[in-house]
Design a protein around this ligand. Sequence first.
Ligand SMILES: [Zn+2]
Length: 156
Amino acid sequence: MLVSVEFADAGTKSGTHRVLIIGRGSEGPAPGDIGLSLEEAKTLMSAIQDEFVSAQAAEIVEARRRCSCGEKLAIKDWKLRRIHTTFGRVYLPSPRVMSCTCNSSRRRAISPLKGWLTRSTNELRFLAAKLASQHSVVRSNCANTQELGHLNESMT
Ligand SMILES: [Zn+2]
């Protein structure tokens, strides 16, 4: 089964993108084999995330690739960037463009995605902090329970 996503308003990335083919062999589904499995859903979300991040980046690059004088900035090279997201790692080709010399500054390579790209998403950092605090509470409760156990032992 082919899964595609369609971006209607994503600039150069608008259109239909093939995301994933989900197949379960030639025998057909077994009784109770209904819908997506957890693994298939994870793979699908990861594939959609790849397309989504790529479309977001393309929009930003397109908007920032034009100098205020109207000159379209040439791409110098590409670097592969790794981003940790809630739905898995995304590898994004990130361009560097040559700056314009219209304001008599020296030509240099700049990244249109600078300021937007981070090593991990805000949501992932938030979830990691939340899980860490919950883990801390559980550890604290365990320590308190142990202390009560010692207290009970010493009282008997
Ligand atoms: Zn310029």
